[in-house]
Design a protein around this ligand. Structure first.
Ligand SMILES: [Zn+2]
Length: 220
């Protein structure tokens, strides 16, 4: 069950096209699997559309202005229809991903084993930077860390905990320098997440602290 949603403010900004591309991507992926949040975004879109109609009703007709309005009010097309949904593959296992992430499947690099039972594959988002698919096998754990920037994590498939809470498929988690956590999965099928960090992680405890000078090589 999904417990962690974008805030109402983030959903409004998403509908208005007024958030970072990283948050827009994970919010779109979340809304693809969360009808509750999708409904909120639809409401904001309707509201924005009626605002525009009101502006039009009180403005002298001007073809150039109408054309500009038409280009603003056109709903963004997230994805072209796909014949067969691309899926993420790891070790012969296939994972479905939310539609907004499907176009990045073929831009996903090779899996590498990180630490313990944690795997990572880089995803080239183009202008929006780099993201990663991270897979925690059962018993896998990412060392405790905090964040120099913001970390957006969407649970694609499975369950994990991080010492702060338990998460399930569809959850969207936003972490920054106020959070210290150590993601780990005890689920039999492990957990696949999609993660974007805008700055390298900062490991906070134990031997993982030795990784800090190199943390830009991991998770970034
Ligand atoms: Zn939601």
């Amino acid at each position: 069950m999904i417990n962690y949603h974008p805030t109402d403010k983030q959903l409004r900004q998403f509908a208005e096209g007024n958030i970072s591309s990283a948050l827009a991507l994970v919010a779109a992926a979340h809304c693809d699997v969360c009808s509750k949040c999708q409904a909120k975004v639809d409401d904001v879109n309707l509201e924005l559309a009626s605002d525009i109609e009101n502006i039009k009703a009180h403005t002298f007709s001007d073809p150039a202005f109408d054309k500009m309005l038409a280009s603003i009010t056109q709903l963004p097309v997230l994805d072209a229809p796909v014949q067969k949904s691309p899926r993420i593959e790891l070790d012969g296992r296939f994972f479905d991903v939310p539609r907004p992430l499907q176009r990045f499947v073929k831009k996903t690099g090779n899996w590498s084993k990180l630490l313990g039972k944690v795997w990572q594959a880089p995803v080239d988002l183009g202008e929006a930077g780099m993201a990663h698919f991270i897979y925690m096998e059962k018993g896998g754990r990412v060392p405790e860390h905090t964040h120099r920037g913001t970390e957006f994590t969407l649970v694609v498939n499975g369950e994990f905990s991080d010492g702060l809470a338990d998460y399930d498929s569809g959850d969207l988690i936003v972490m920054d320098d106020e959070h210290i956590h150590s993601p780990h999965s005890n689920a039999d099928d492990g957990c696949l997440v999609f993660s974007i960090v805008d700055k390298p992680l900062h490991f906070t405890s134990g031997i993982a602290r030795l990784l800090n000078p190199f943390s830009h090589l991991f998770f970034k």
